[in-house]
Design a binder for this molecule. Structure first.
Ligand code: PEP
Length: 266
């Protein structure tokens, strides 16, 4: 049986860290706590130019490094781009792709080419999908996003694929309006059904891991832990707030421990 690994927190620093010194300070402020966690992994996604620096500090399996985007071709005349290979050589093992803050800069084809390149390099794509609004077409739009990415990518290694459901209306860059666990579960059902069709079997699709992202913090994480089927979370605003992250780690650890040791119903 395929056993899903620990819960994960993907910390997308976005462009909020602006010097090597800040990157180092932030990383070191949480590193020791993360290295002692039993049931949680942290994937730290700094701006490209600090990936290598953060990766050099990684000495614990709970802590991994990811990129915030990457160009699919390995090298060439592509001014300003950073390739998947460059990120890998710098120490990244994960790449966030299709983030809503980047979708206006790239086509659907670009996103699936990036996902394919990440998988081909033995890395893990964290693919963001999510509707703009909960209007009458939201399910249709979400299904289309899933098809646009997954119809074109290799179906060989679903266990290396991570899907982050990030409804655009919930992401905190404009305002703080998190989804509820019930809204997440509704979307998860839609996404999973589509992935089962694309990957042809329920077993293959069930190896994909699912994250929630959108204004998540220490106040609403428990709703998801208690009421949702979720493998982890993608955070932006709180990704560079060690105090809030620590509380979230503690809540995850307590929750998983309780779940593991709860008496099983016959
Ligand atoms: C994001 O931008 O992916 C995100 C989840 O941001 P926030 O946590 O700030 O809503």
């Amino acid at each position: 049986m395929f056993i899903k690994p620990k819960k994960m927190i993907v910390a997308n620093w976005k462009m909020n860290v602006t010097s090597e010194k800040d990157a180092e300070r932030l990383f070191l402020s949480i590193k020791n706590v993360v290295s002692k966690l039993e049931y949680t992994n942290m994937i730290c996604c700094p701006p490209h130019m600090y990936v290598n620096q953060v990766a050099q500090h990684v000495s614990n399996k709970n802590y991994r490094v990811g990129g915030q985007d990457a160009y699919p071709e390995e090298s060439g005349s592509r001014t300003g781009e950073t390739s998947v290979l460059m990120q890998k050589n710098a120490g990244a093992e994960y790449i966030i792709l299709g983030h809503s803050e980047r979708r206006h800069l790239e086509t659907k084809l670009d996103i699936s080419r990036k996902v394919t390149a990440v998988l081909e390099h033995g890395m893990m794509p964290i693919i963001c999908v999510g509707e703009e609004q909960r209007d009458k077409n939201w399910k249709k739009n979400l299904i289309q996003q899933v098809r646009d990415v997954f119809n074109r990518v290799p179906k060989k290694e679903p266990e290396n694929i991570i899907v982050a459901y990030e409804p655009i209306w919930a992401i905190s860059s404009d305002k703080k309006n998190p989804a509820t666990s019930a809204e997440y579960m509704e979307a998860l059902e839609v996404i999973k059904k589509e992935l089962q069709k694309i990957f042809k079997t329920v077993a293959a699709a069930s190896k994909i891991r699912f994250l929630y992202g959108g204004s998540l913090d220490d106040k609403n994480i428990e709703d998801f832990l208690k009421n949702a089927e979720v493998d982890g979370f993608l955070v932006g605003r709180v990704s560079h707030d060690p105090r809030i992250l620590m509380t979230m780690f503690r809540l995850i650890e307590d929750h998983v421990q309780k779940e593991l040791f709860a008496p099983k119903e016959e």
